[in-house]
Design a protein around this ligand. Structure first.
Ligand SMILES: [Zn+2]
Length: 258
């Protein structure tokens, strides 16, 4: 159809407290990357790199649990995230996309990829990923809602724009090739500021509830899906997006071709 790229998320058969199947060479994402590269060598393959789908507790990192209280251990998590990124590159991923928001993970992933000979593998960083109410259906599909607590200790406060810009700056300094803002419509100001301030390739992720809202409104006869989606996508481009991650990829290609 002419789709330029796909972003893969994995749902493993087994989960544990070390996310073992995230970095297994025969893991679900690793297998999928190899198969896609075989049948569509020209398609850019981006792999989501996170531990939550592979962890029995559903958090994005290694957790230390103490009764009611839990900590996400940053450095232990970053080590496994870097290991996962290398295993995706070995399978043939063109870009890895760390989505966890742990500190220092972009630098660690860059170093691990370079050490393993994958200096041509790019990094898309979820640099400005907000703790948002708009992720629900995705989390259900990815079987990754946390079993306890929430992700507010490592995702960003929606009220804090300066922190988002700071995180983007750090990720670019650590070697991110593309920075990502997520969700999309409630954060157009962030997208605009990131693109204006840093002038670097910037992506935006239009997330599952944003998609579902339009689908629901379409079903209820409240709007014309094609017109609404084209208006949304135009607003994302206008706000500075170089790349848009969307669930409407296939439809958009048809609509834009007329
Ligand atoms: Zn995660």
């Amino acid at each position: 159809m002419g789709l330029p790229a796909v972003l893969l998320f994995g749902i493993p058969k087994a989960k544990d407290e070390k996310a073992s199947s995230a970095y297994a060479s025969n893991g679900v994402v690793q297998d999928a990357v190899r198969q896609i590269k075989q049948c569509a060598p020209g398609l850019t393959v981006i792999s989501d790199v996170c531990l939550c789908e592979y962890m029995s507790h559903g958090h994005c990192g290694v957790a230390r649990i103490d009764g009611e209280h839990f900590d996400i251990l940053n450095d232990e998590s970053v080590e496994l995230i870097a290991k996962t990124a290398v295993s995706h590159a070995q399978a043939g991923a063109d870009f890895v996309a760390p989505s966890d928001m742990m500190d220092g993970r972009i630098g660690a992933v860059r170093a691990a990829l370079d050490d393993a000979g994958f200096d041509q593998t790019g990094i898309i960083s979820y640099a400005a990923k907000f703790a948002s109410a708009f992720y629900g259906p995705f989390r259900e599909a990815a079987e990754s809602p946390p079993q306890f607590g929430d992700r507010s200790s490592y995702q960003m406060d929606p009220a804090n724009a300066d922190e988002a810009l700071h995180e983007v700056e750090l990720d670019l300094a650590e070697g991110a090739d593309i920075v990502l803002v997520k969700p999309a419509l409630p954060y157009l100001d962030i997208l605009w500021r990131v693109r204006e301030r840093f002038g670097r390739p910037t992506a935006v992720y239009h997330v599952s509830v944003e998609y579902a809202l339009i689908k629901d409104a379409t079903e209820k006869g409240m709007l014309d899906e094609r017109a609404a989606v084209l208006e949304i996508m135009t607003s994302l481009k206008r706000a500075g997006a170089d790349f848009i991650i969307t669930y409407w990829g296939r439809e958009l290609i048809q609509w834009l071709r007329g």
